[in-house]
Design a protein around this ligand. Structure first.
Ligand code: NCD
Length: 387
């Protein structure tokens, strides 16, 4: 039984967010993910058309901007993103993804501080983080500063009314009144989609439980495209925690827009969820599924390695059984193509040895940097900046 069959509307108002409830929510989420019972809507389920939500009073409506873009012959214009929510990568078409990646390319000199812009001067972006984050939160913050916008940092939840038992719905309504865009990370699947119901400003999902992480996916695609010169035709191997890792779930959704070969390497208990594999098969993909990295490493063009998501395990003993299963080191890379690229959303624990950090194969720090131009592109696009 899926979320909306549980009387979603009544439950939305009841979503309480404090530390104790986080624990509860995360543990119920774990059970629910493994049984297919999720009481908040997953990104694919909802009928909300986020393209209708428009926040910028200073810009003509997106529909007018789009008409202008068509009138001048532009096929895809980043101005069409004004006011859009980005909750799932599935909210975007392939052309839209490519349009954002092209804009990210143009952001690189600004991201490095070689060029300056104040295009989002006067805009306020709320960073609403209900779960720990280093790269995502800081790169959004850096991206906002590079564009001239201001950041409201709401990551110390204990210092807010959330600690007094405020509902997520009320928190979103309030934060929405104080800013022009909301970047949100939350341990519940579907929390970002829920936020779009209460916010007039665009909501950008910075990770919701084990479900999705669309901005990470954009920067992953950007990294693959830049390092390999293309995405089509590649053999992409995802390694590690494919069950609880939201980055790999979103990445698979996005890679279904391309002509790629997918390989999933994980311990049996952490393999890619069956619904995702089935969806791939229904779309003509035939992923290779194995627990043996040695068997497939030689065929891979991209090794996308992930951390085992300790915090999402219902039982710590289960985590101990799989911790340290895979480790990519110089020895392992001897078996791989000489130009294989090794990616990781970070943070790493022990799944990538530091002995490959200095090799041309290691791309994870470059990938982390790419979070800045990609998030600049997204913020600029949804907030009506001009580059
Ligand atoms: C990832 C996340 O939060 O899902 N980190 C990130 O955003 N770069 C991956 C992880 O925590 O393992």
């Amino acid at each position: 039984m899926r979320a909306h069959e549980h009387g979603q509307a009544e439950m939305d108002e009841d979503v309480m967010v404090d530390k104790a409830r986080f624990e509860l929510a995360t543990s119920s989420l774990r059970t629910k993910r493994s049984t297919g019972l999720i009481y908040l809507p997953t990104s694919g389920d909802t009928a909300i058309d986020n393209r209708d939500i428009n926040s910028s009073s200073l810009q003509p409506p997106a529909s007018v901007q789009l008409l202008i873009a068509h009138a001048i012959g532009a096929t895809m214009d980043y101005r069409q993103f004004i006011g859009r929510n980005v909750v799932s990568i599935k909210d975007l078409t392939k052309d839209e993804v490519e349009c954002l990646l092209d804009l990210a390319e143009r952001m690189i000199p600004y991201a490095k501080g070689e060029k300056r812009t104040k295009t989002l001067d006067g805009k306020i972006i709320a960073n609403l983080f209900f779960e720990p984050s280093t790269r995502t939160r800081l790169s959004f913050e850096s991206a906002a500063h590079r564009l001239g916008a201001q950041i409201l940092d709401v990551s110390q939840m204990s210092a807010t009314s959330i600690a007094k038992g405020e509902t997520l719905a009320d928190t979103i309504r309030m934060v929405d009144a104080y800013c022009d865009a909301i970047v949100m990370r939350h341990p519940y699947e579907g929390a970002a989609r829920l936020a779009t119901k209460y916010a007039k400003s665009p909501v950008i999902n910075a990770g919701d439980g084990a479900a999705s992480h669309p901005t990470q996916t954009l920067l992953d695609l950007f990294t693959i495209r830049n390092c390999k010169g293309k995405i089509d035709g590649l053999n992409i191997t995802l390694v590690g925690d494919l069950k609880y890792g939201r980055t790999v779930h979103s990445l698979v959704d996005a890679l279904m827009m391309y002509d790629v070969k997918l390989t999933f390497v994980a311990p049996d208990s952490l393999q890619m969820p069956a619904d995702i594999v089935e969806n791939l098969r229904n779309h003509g993909y035939d992923p290779r599924i194995t627990s043996d990295l040695g068997e497939v490493i030689k065929d891979s063009d991209v090794l996308y390695v992930t951390r085992i998501q300790k915090e999402r395990f219902p039982d710590p003993a289960e985590y101990k059984k799989v911790a340290g299963t895979y480790r990519i080191d110089k020895l392992a890379l001897l078996e791989a193509k000489s130009d294989v690229i090794v990616m990781h959303p970070l943070p790493r624990v022990d799944e990538i040895s530091t002995d490959i950090d200095g090799t041309p194969n290691a791309k994870y720090f470059e990938q982390a940097f790419n979070g800045i131009p990609v998030r600049m592109a997204l913020l600029c696009a949804v907030l009506g900046g001009e580059i």
